[in-house]
Design a protein around this ligand. Structure first.
Ligand SMILES: Cc1cc2nc3c(=O)[nH]c(=O)nc-3n(C[C@H](O)[C@H](O)[C@H](O)COP(=O)(O)OP(=O)(O)OC[C@H]3O[C@@H](n4cnc5c(N)ncnc54)[C@H](O)[C@@H]3O)c2cc1C
Length: 328
């Protein structure tokens, strides 16, 4: 069994999920007691390849081509297929990025394989590899095994493994260039303007206290209830994606895989179910508290403190109590 991690960069800057995926690769390679390689694609990427080579991998493969200077699903699919043909990895881990969602299933289909996306955990028992992914917005964890032939294609959910803890080792793994052949006529897609993940005028990442509001708030007219609690605590107001998608709060206050990643001392989730895409953005908080009327909400699985109740009763009462303490 050999493991290959496909690292992603955008115009020479690392995609942060590359490091999460690399940690996943290191974890599974250690469990399988096998080699770990990493692959990087692009043009003029020697400095990135050299950096990757210092991060506890056994080998770095570089697929360099002018037609890979810009991302295209055709270019990436063709290049990675050729790399697979050359190095024959058994397990290929990708970050669950927008690019991978675009080209990953196509690549797997070309090789007549399935593509397992959004994996949050990998276990090995008696030489059988089990991949965990969440269903129904995190209500169920499903363990999945492959029944088709190698190689297996897997994408790793953002934040499932802690790439931010990864440090360069000071040792350089061998870097091997792999020639790939791509013809300009192979690239059949032309891309418009890239989607930009919500960027912040508000820097939630440095906030010590965050009060975050979810769809349970039901109507924008109720947002002041959460805002009042945030102000009483001297914290920042944040939100889950549906709240921002509905325009109840600006996008820059969104926490999660397509929003900001935060690590406050206290994260208070109000009317938030705890879907994985939200949790990956806030699970680094020192303490997590949740107010939710559903005792089975997944947020309670990661909460240090929980109140099962109606936020419309609990939040005003809590705000009042905090203000009373402050007045004393
Ligand atoms: C590619 C992708 C990226 C995504 N990125 C993000 C992201 O960055 N951030 C993010 O948050 N989501 C993201 N999502 C969406 C995510 O999957 C969930 O849909 C979302 O997090 C759910 O938001 P929520 O918890 O506010 O709403 P819901 O899941 O609807 O939960 C509402 C909760 O409120 C509770 N509730 C209702 N009424 C009350 C009440 N009166 N009192 C107390 N509790 C109450 C309910 O019990 C429920 O648990 C993404 C999804 C995809 C597919």
């Amino acid at each position: 069994m050999s493991v290959l991690v496909v690292a992603e960069h955008h115009g020479g800057k690392w995609h942060k999920m590359s490091w999460d995926t690399l940690v996943a690769g290191q974890t599974v390679a250690a469990l399988l007691k096998t080699e770990l390689s990493a692959l990087i694609l692009g043009a003029q990427i020697e400095p990135l390849a050299a950096e990757l080579a210092t991060h506890r991998v056994d080998r770095v493969f570089v697929a360099e081509h002018e037609l890979l200077s810009e991302y295209s699903s055709d270019g990436y699919t063709i290049a990675i297929q050729q790399v697979i043909g050359r190095v024959s990895p058994d397990l290929i881990l990708f970050p669950h990025s927008y690019f991978v969602r675009d080209y990953g299933p196509k690549l797997a289909a070309r090789l007549n394989r399935s593509f397992l996306n959004d994996v949050i955990d990998i276990n090995v028992k008696e030489n059988c590899i089990r991949f965990t992914r969440q269903l129904f917005q995190g209500k169920i964890n499903a363990d999945v095994t492959f029944s088709d032939d190698l190689p297996h294609f897997i994408s790793i959910q953002s934040g499932a493994y802690r790439g931010d803890t990864l440090e360069p080792t000071g040792n350089f793994a061998p870097v091997e260039k792999i020639d790939v052949t791509i013809d300009p006529t192979d690239i059949r897609t032309r891309y418009g303007e890239w989607f930009r993940e919500s960027k912040s005028k508000v820097d939630l990442s440095s906030a010590e206290i965050i009060v975050s509001v979810g769809r349970g708030i039901k109507d924008p007219k109720h947002i002041p209830i959460a805002k009042g609690l945030a102000e009483a605590l001297g914290g920042e107001l944040a939100a889950s994606r549906p709240v921002c998608d509905n325009g109840w709060l600006p996008l820059e206050r969104q926490v999660g895989s397509s929003g900001q990643t935060v690590s406050p001392k206290l994260y208070l989730a109000i009317g938030i179910s705890g879907a994985i895409q939200h949790v990956v953005g806030m699970k680094g908080a020192e303490k997590i508290a949740a107010i939710n009327q559903d005792a089975g909400a997944p947020i309670f699985e990661i909460a240090d403190y929980g109140i099962i109740g109606d936020l419309f009763e609990v939040v005003p009462a809590l705000t009042e109590a905090i203000l009373a303490i402050k007045e004393d």
